[in-house]
Design a protein around this ligand. Structure first.
Ligand code: ATP
Length: 327
């Protein structure tokens, strides 16, 4: 836990830290862990991402919201090295925890501590839960021929990695499923596995793409609790989510994207009352309920929120969403 993230479990400390931050697109943060400049991505005639400046505060939960096609996933792909900006070499610049990432590939980005979750592809679904976890391990020393010659060292590391995986599976209540195929898990359990797998590399910032998609009511509160616990332990969280109840309930800061640009930033309550957000975001979702945080207060009846989550995601499996669109 860094000096800045100490005390972040206390909502008053988080509010105080952000109290003087300008509630406008691209505002400077007291201690940004991620800073992005001039990043654009065009697909043919479509400008999917056109972000002038964005800073993400260390130790907080930041939500990235916006209507379908706003560019959120493309933005995730760009900053994690899974895609290249059209503005590469023409002023695009981004850094994470002080290190420039402009020309950094996906695996080096992950090693730097910025890790995104991956929805279970068909290949991962055919592997066991434990094997999925082992894939998420950082610095697999066994990959190197030289190290393979020193088998005892590798075996020791393998044991350590397995123990770590078992610990995380226990935390996410998946340990008894460790030998099951990942594809046999429920939607919510898949989300928990995706999160647990990302944590194998001890990220400084975890990036979640629609963590509530396909999650049934029974696991909604548990997933939210895990995300908040990560923040409370000092991990920065950046997540994309369509469910506004969820966004209101757990976000310390909300960034709104529309047509590739950042159009608003601020605490959830303020942002959702912002006319630019209502125009840009709700313009595409006239009937969207912007959320009522009371519904997710501890001990509250989760029925309406959970129904919203499962209704919205309906029959769409996380796998089909992922495979259709992302690299
Ligand atoms: P959603 O909330 O629906 O997931 P999003 O905000 O994540 O949307 P993106 O998926 O990033 O939006 O898409 C932004 C724009 O870029 C859309 O117009 C989309 O059709 C386009 N786009 C994304 N990926 C590609 C691609 N590989 N080829 C062509 N166009 C793409």
């Amino acid at each position: 836990m860094s000096e800045t993230t100490v005390g972040m479990a206390d909502p008053a400390v988080r509010r105080q830290l952000m109290a003087d931050v300008a509630q406008e697109p691209g505002s400077a943060k007291p201690d940004s862990i991620l800073s992005v400049d001039n990043i654009t991505r065009r697909f043919g005639g479509i400008t999917a991402v056109d972000v002038n400046h964005l800073e993400v505060q260390r130790g907080m939960i930041t939500a990235l919201i916006g209507p379908n096609g706003a560019g959120k996933t493309t933005f995730f792909n760009l900053i994690t090295g899974f895609d290249k900006p059209s503005s590469a070499g023409k002023g695009a610049h981004w850094s994470f925890d002080g290190a420039t990432l402009d020309k950094t590939g996906a695996s080096a980005v992950a090693k730097s501590g910025m890790v995104r979750t991956f929805q279970l592809t068909k290949a991962l679904s055919r592997m066991t839960v434990m094997d999925n976890m082992l894939l998420g391990a950082k610095d697999q020393r066994g990959e190197s021929l030289l190290r393979c010659m020193f088998r005892p060292i590798w075996s020791g590391q393998e044991r350590e990695v397995e123990e770590k995986a078992a610990g995380l599976l226990e935390r996410f209540k998946l340990l008894e499923k460790k030998d099951d195929y990942a594809g046999s898990l429920s939607g919510g359990q898949r989300k928990l596995l995706e999160m647990a797998r990302a944590l194998m590399s001890d990220p400084k910032m975890i990036m979640l793409d629609e963590p509530m998609a396909g999650v049934n009511p029974a696991l909604t509160q548990s997933l939210l609790g895990h995300i908040q616990a990560l923040r409370d332990e000092g991990t920065t969280v950046l997540f994309v989510e369509h469910d506004m109840h969820v966004v209101q309930h757990i976000s310390d800061w909300v960034v709104v994207m529309a047509e590739g640009q950042i159009v608003a930033e601020g605490p959830a309550d303020t942002v959702m009352a912002n006319p630019a957000v209502i125009d840009a975001y709700l313009g595409a979702h006239h009937d969207t309920d912007l959320g009522d945080d009371d519904l997710l207060d501890e001990g509250a009846d989760l029925g309406p929120v959970s129904e919203t989550v499962s209704d919205e995601q309906g029959s769409q499996s996380p796998e089909s969403h992922d495979e259709g669109k992302h690299a």
